[in-house]
Design a protein. Structure first.
Length: 103
């Protein structure tokens, strides 16, 4: 399993707020079943196979274009551990929390 952090930026939009575009991206994520996702304040965390994540990101990158935006800048951080193929986002957070609790 891979984990990723995704931010899709709609550049050249008429309003300062990006919530309209973010909401549509979240709707698209809700309508698919390839990857698990979790929105956070600065983007969206994804988990699934690398191929599925990349397929979903390709679809999400096009959302602002479909809404008439002239330029889209997408930032993707992708992490894949083949020595721990079942590691989830929660596992990663738990690992750090356990170290903090041990202090």
């Amino acid at each position: 399993m891979a984990t990723a952090d995704l931010t899709v930026l709609a550049l050249g939009r008429p309003e300062v707020s990006a919530s309209e575009y973010i909401a549509e991206i979240q709707r698209r994520l809700a309508s698919q079943d390839k990857v698990r996702y979790r929105m956070h304040a600065m983007g969206t965390s994804l988990e699934g196979s690398t191929r599925d994540i990349l397929d979903v990101v390709a679809e999400l990158h096009s959302v602002p274009f479909e809404q008439g935006i002239p330029r889209v800048y997408t930032v993707l951080k992708l992490d894949e551990r083949r020595d721990k193929p079942d590691q989830t986002l929660d596992d990663k957070v738990r690992s750090v929390e356990e170290r903090l609790a041990a202090d």
